[in-house]
Design a protein around this ligand. Sequence first.
Ligand code: ATP
Ligand code: MG
Length: 385
Amino acid sequence: MKILLLSADPARVDELRASLADTEGRHALSGAPLVMLADPAALRQEAPDLLLVDAREPEPALWPQLEKLAQALPQLVTAVVSENQSPEFLRLAMRAGVREVLPPGSGEVARLVGRVEQHLLRGAVHDKGRVLAFLPTKGSSGATFLATSLAYALSQHQGKSVLLIDLNLQVGDAAFFVSDKAPEFTLADVCRQIHRLDPSFLAGSATQVHPNFSVLASPGDPEQALEVKAEHVVRILKAAILHYDFVLLDVDRALDAVSIAALDHADLIFPVLQQSLPFLRDAARLQKIFASLGYGQERIRPVLNRFSKSEQVGVEDIEKSLGLKVWRTVPNSYHAVVASINQGVPLAALETAHHPVVAAVNGMADDLAGTAQSHESWLRRLLHH
Ligand SMILES: Nc1ncnc2c1ncn2[C@@H]1O[C@H](COP(=O)(O)OP(=O)(O)OP(=O)(O)O)[C@@H](O)[C@H]1O
Ligand SMILES: [Mg+2]
């Protein structure tokens, strides 16, 4: 594994190197001045697996530089070495996409290297991101809300790198559910220049809405939408899974060549429905289409949104009609959800983890990400202050 040590002070680079002396031979260690942080292109060239940044006297510019870096190189694990373990410092680091803040001169640095190594070894077995497709069974079922909320949970709580691609080509609104930034580029821009497709072009075309979480926005107009062809989407997905841990798709419920190509390449498909007969009919119709497209039942995970126990149509009715288990239910919480969407702020950033909708989405993220290790370590330390 390649480890790059950065510090404004060469003596500290040597100190960090000394703390990893036991692992030398197994890892390639190199040191560079801290100014290298301002040059993501040089860092990409260097291609480290782990970046250790000495931040014992951090300049204010450090955090925005780290945040930019997390955007440019989402797979890179970055850790900061500092005596400062205050909640404020940890929060700044976490927001900048830093995986760990380690005290200097202890065994912590060597232990982190061990953990990252394990992570990379596991990654070598399954080094592809997973593609998760959300699809409304009828209009306004909540597919965009759930896809954006899950993307936020996977990136902010599970420390995963996430790209959400809005495939509602004519009227997609996913970026606005989680951000007030107007997207500079859209999926149509990427398709127009598909010959330039590589990880940095893709990352640069997506709008970063949070550290580790970017949205490739919908073209948002019918003429631009025509630029997006099924074969472009397939190429983009193949590039994206090499670069991100999770690629979430907000799929248009009007099934056409583009949406079917996207569903074909999804590891899991989440049809979103609610408790009424029209939803039930459309969900059953969709399930027939999935079967005729040859999608195995193990790939389909129906999500029942705005769930309430007192509705006439219950979970068993739905399961019987679909011939499938409902994977998760998400409770109804109209005012909170509308407030989140209207402000363009993820619900989990407005409410606590106890809010029933936030808890339901976090439960999905836990399940999909497997372990919640990095989240737990951050949380533990924030809570211990
Ligand atoms: N769990 C929930 N509780 C209460 N209201 C919800 C919930 N989920 C979604 N909504 C409401 O449903 C509306 C539609 O949600 P959303 O836009 O995500 O649906 P969609 O399936 O993507 O629809 P479209 O077909 O237009 O893309 C939201 O504006 C929100 O008000
Ligand atoms: Mg939608």
